[in-house]
Write a protein that binds this ligand. Structure first.
Ligand code: CO
Length: 134
């Protein structure tokens, strides 16, 4: 069911500093800052030859990554995103298997303008999983 690894997301306390580090120190192709008010985050995508890195920073007062950054003040890997062809079929299969799909199982439009869903980390070996329909 899952396809390519679309991205690995890293929560960061300082988006500009993290983007500068990827651009300068690591020599990566760093994209523009994208505000995602519906998701409570501000993101920067880094294009790698085989996948992307998503740097995530808090936006607003009720950001879903605030708790993660409180526990990991220097940042850390927040989620991984797998591609799926049909997100509703994927959701139905996961629900039938007993997995918890966050947000009531209703896909939101993600940073790439495509539908996304998140799966409960306790159901997947401690890893928050994002599914993106491509
Ligand atoms: Co993501």
């Amino acid at each position: 069911m899952i396809g390519r690894l679309n991205h690995v997301a890293i929560a960061v306390p300082d988006l500009a500093a993290a983007a500068d580090q990827y651009r300068g120190t690591l020599g990566a192709q760093v994209g523009p800052v994208l505000d995602q008010p519906d998701h409570g985050v501000r993101v920067v995508f880094i294009d790698l030859p085989n996948t992307k890195i998503e740097l995530l920073a808090v936006m607003g007062d009720a950001s879903p990554i605030q708790g993660f950054l409180d526990k990991n003040p220097s940042g850390g890997i927040h989620h991984i995103c797998y591609e799926v062809v049909d997100i509703l079929a994927a959701r139905d299969r996961l629900l039938a298997s007993g997995a918890r799909v966050l947000g009531g199982g209703v896909p939101k439009i993600g940073a790439h303008g495509k539908p996304v869903l998140f799966l409960h980390p306790k159901d997947f070996t401690g890893t928050l999983i994002e599914l993106e329909q491509v």
